[in-house]
Design a protein around this ligand. Structure first.
Ligand code: KIV
Length: 274
């Protein structure tokens, strides 16, 4: 998949996107034929056990993106720009975005909306790096937008979101993530702009859907947002497997000869003391 193929899907069929943070998961997501793999900064919460996405920086994001990149054969690979790489240090945004392309093999980056978003987006796109926008609930600045809540529930804030989507399209974004907004507002935005919208908690009318892989596989139980559908419940399976291992080791049932290596009796006899 390339950027143009993703853009061409608008109005033809829905676009699929999932996050991945490591090689084995990315291998399966790519193999399943998911259109876009996002190395999200949700890495902070669902993999690194941190409280906020603002706590991951370039070193962590590059490290995980490189691992994902080694597995990806067909999906479009996008990385989240971490908070410090463009919001805290806007003057370093192009250098940092470039690192995801040249060092980690991404085809583009994703930026969350913030006060200086249009200027930063423009600079990165001018450097020929494709940008995916992200509006609505923007976790990096959740404290400024009234917390982790559905956004755009009144005419004033909804109009602001519509405006943001139109401005991002004008700046040249190739797609926009719509996170946690009323389905009718997501539908309005999707109809108004020519680039694809990818929804998460934004209803059925978006051009595509994204979920955090650990949420949809039931691998992250600290909290589950309303918009998450669990397509599998892996935590109990992993717990059971780990408990079985523990019990079998303690009860001396593992390893069996099947999992062991042997030495011929005559070789054993040659060893001093036997
Ligand atoms: O960081 C992330 O996983 C994201 C998705 C929720 C879109 O931004």
């Amino acid at each position: 998949m390339d950027i143009n193929e993703i853009k061409d899907l608008k109005g033809k069929r829905k676009i699929t996107m999932l996050t991945a943070y490591d090689y084995p998961t990315a291998y399966l997501v790519d193999k399943a034929g998911i259109d876009i793999i996002l190395v999200g900064d949700s890495l902070a919460n669902v993999v690194l056990g941190l409280e906020s996405t603002t706590q991951v920086g370039m070193p962590e994001m590059l490290h995980h993106t490189k691992a994902v990149s080694r597995a990806v054969k067909n999906s479009l690979l996008i990385a989240d720009m971490p908070y410090s790489s463009y919001q805290l240090n806007p003057h370093e945004c192009v250098i940092n975005a470039q690192r995801f392309i040249t060092e980690a093999g991404c085809q583009g980056v994703k930026l969350e909306w913030f006060d200086n978003c249009l200027k930063v987006t423009e600079q990165i796109i001018r450097a020929q790096i494709p940008v995916m926008g992200h509006i609505g609930l923007t976790p990096q600045t959740a404290d400024k937008i009234n917390g982790f809540k559905c956004q755009g529930k009144d005419a004033k804030t909804a109009s602001r979101l519509i405006n943001q989507a139109e401005e991002l399209e004008k700046k040249g974004c190739f797609a926009i993530v719509l996170e946690c907004l009323p389905d009718k507002i997501a539908e309005l935005i999707t109809k108004k702009i020519k680039i694809p919208t990818i929804g998460i908690g934004a209803g059925i009318h978006c051009d595509g859907q994204v979920l955090v892989i650990n949420d949809m596989l039931g691998l992250f139980d600290r909290y589950t947002p309303k918009f998450v559908k669990k397509y599998a419940d892996l935590s109990p399976l992993i717990l059971e497997a780990v408990q079985n291992f523990k019990n079998e080791v303690i009860q001396e049932k593992f390893p069996t000869p099947q999992h062991s290596f042997i030495i011929k009796e005559e070789e054993l006899k040659k060893i001093n003391g036997h």
